[in-house]
Design a protein around this ligand. Structure first.
Ligand code: SF4
Ligand code: SF4
Length: 365
């Protein structure tokens, strides 16, 4: 397909292992065990191929990427491939010595997740006692080294009321950017919707707080804001359009158009062990399944936002409307929008603050 542009960014999910157990984790419910993970050489080849394909930014993610003993080696391979390399981490496992080695290997940026602004809440959300204090030490070590830092605050009903303090913390920790990422309901978050969905009042207050802080902190702290989309009028432009700007590789080597794509069970995904990234990006059936906008129904075809949001998220369309080619049901024009309203009413009538924590089940041998 010659009209397909090359990807700009690649998310490498190096592992699903993680010391934390966040109930909103975007990893799939069926997590991959260590024995299925790609080896160092295959990742290095994937980075070379990504750069040759046109990828500029590489996000080393997981799970917790620091769980991989070869993280420094992988960072060096990415740097040698010429990729701008961002480490997405909880901070657990990043000792001062390891940070030095990562910096020396050419790491360009760190994105540190934040579960909450106080130890008790943050540790309850992450399911890891002592995690908050360790994260704060890592943040200081990052700041001492001057490594560019984004704080990634994942927000939901149980921590959204702390948004003001979250913003102050980002400034105090020397972050250049704060991602206020309201939970999107994929993976483990779907299981925890009754505990995580914010209220409408919280959503309105959050938008106001972010807008005010953005104006007040211009030049000090940049913001990326992902609002709670169940309350939005229109969907987000998921992945900037399916197979248009980015790709993911799962720990076992599957090449995916987005991190939740495996929930679309009628698609089958090629593996980097078997094919080149070039072949997979341009020719695979999964990447071509929802490229462009031709597959979208008349509701979208006749809409002036067609080339703004591309009909929204395919995984959400399947999860809520039962059809991956449908208009994203969070859109108020979608015939399936009442299903989103029903989900909201159900949760608000029966909120439940208890969590089902993310857990790596033992894979049968
Ligand atoms: S969201 Fe939490 S559990 Fe999932 S990978 Fe990140 S830190 Fe680990
Ligand atoms: S109808 Fe389709 S294109 Fe229009 S706003 Fe809704 S999802 Fe976007």
């Amino acid at each position: 397909m010659t009209s397909v542009p090359p990807p700009i960014a690649m998310l490498a999910e190096l592992t699903h292992r993680c010391p934390l157990s966040c109930p909103y984790c975007s990893n799939p419910i069926a997590l991959h065990g260590k024995d299925t993970e790609l080896e160092t050489d295959t990742w290095a080849r994937a980075f070379d191929e990504a750069a040759a394909l046109g990828v500029l930014q590489l996000h080393l993610s997981g799970g917790e990427p620091a769980s991989r003993p070869d993280l420094v080696e992988l960072t060096r391979a990415a740097q040698e491939a010429g990729l701008y390399t961002n480490l997405i981490t909880s901070g657990i496992g990043l000792t001062p010595k390891r940070l030095d080695a990562l910096e020396e290997a050419g790491l360009d940026h760190i994105q540190l997740s934040l579960q909450g602004t106080k130890a008790a809440l943050a540790d309850r959300i992450g399911g890891y006692t002592g995690g908050f204090d360790r994260k704060m030490s890592v943040a200081k070590e990052i700041s001492i080294r001057g490594i560019p830092l984004t704080l990634n605050a994942v927000m939901h009903r149980q921590n959204l009321d702390d948004l003001d303090r979250t913003i102050d913390m980002a400034v105090e920790l020397g972050a250049r950017r704060l991602e206020v990422a309201c939970v999107q309901f994929h993976g483990w978050a779907t299981l925890n919707r009754p505990a995580l969905l914010p209220t409408r009042e919280q959503t309105i207050a959050t938008k106001k707080t972010v807008a005010e802080a953005e104006a007040r902190l211009r030049g000090t702290l940049a913001f990326d804001f992902v609002p709670p989309d169940y309350y939005s009028d229109f969907p987000k432009a998921c992945m900037g359009g399916w197979g248009s700007t980015g790709l993911n590789i799962s720990p076992d080597g599957k090449v995916l158009p987005c991190h939740a794509a495996e929930t679309i069970e009628h698609l089958s995904f090629e593996n980097i062990r078997d094919k080149s990234l070039y072949e997979i990006w341009y020719d695979s059936a999964a990447f071509n399944a929802y490229r462009g906008t031709d597959f979208l129904p008349e509701t979208c075809q006749s809409c002036d936002r067609l080339n703004i949001d591309f009909g929204g998220c395919r995984c959400q369309a399947l999860a809520i409307a039962g059809d991956a080619s449908a208009t994203d049901p969070v859109c108020r024009k979608s015939p399936d929008h009442p299903k989103v309203e029903a989900l909201l009413s159900e949760v608000m009538a029966n909120p439940d603050d208890s969590f089902t924590y993310r857990k790596l089940a033992r894979t049968p041998q």
